[in-house]
Design a protein around this ligand. Sequence first.
Ligand code: AMP
Length: 215
Amino acid sequence: MNLILLGPPGAGKGTQAKILVESRGLAQLSTGDMLREAKTSGTEMGHRAAEVMNRGQLVSDEIVVGLIEEKLEAPHGAGFIFDGFPRTLAQADALGALLDRHGQEVDAVIEMRVDDAALVSRISGRFTCATCGAVYHDETKPTAKPGVCDVCGGTEFIRRADDNADALKQRLLEYYKKTSPLVGYYHAKGLLHGVDGLGEIGAVSAEIAKVLDKL
Ligand code: AMP
């Protein structure tokens, strides 16, 4: 099964993707994570992408489609969860063509609906474990023991450079201008399923599970 998680920054795509990796054995493909890795490994592409990302703008279609193309070369039995990709109509067309080349298709698109006010507070308190990537929030999901990851016991945490008010404003603008047209695109293909992204993490994943079990 190939699944797309669609929604603005802070909607909870990454959190739900990780749950689906555990519950359905799907492989998570997050272009944001891939770009952050490229930035850390110090490649020229990573360096250029980092500047664009820190401003809250979208990296070029060519770069992100190239990243996804590489990953699709190694097929994954259970399928993929696309997290943060596609983000433009050109990327959506490219994904359809790439999957088609491998005799596959997009099976469902989950649109995670949230309002902008919730996004600001979600994003501004967000931090992740540097060791295992578990996601936390200062107010809504702190670590049980201060400074220690609940999952792996790691003690180093990261706050993303683009999780600040200015970059978020730009990221939202990019979402509404370039990504939200994908809602209509996938609706027209009969693939769109909306879920309320504002609930508790468990309630959102239950809603997603309900959609997937009906496919
Ligand atoms: P994310 O972790 O999904 O919020 O992505 C962080 C940043 O990486 C975005 O604000 C963009 O600058 C860049 N990015 C991630 N995925 C894409 C994509 N599919 N197309 C263009 N830029 C992307």
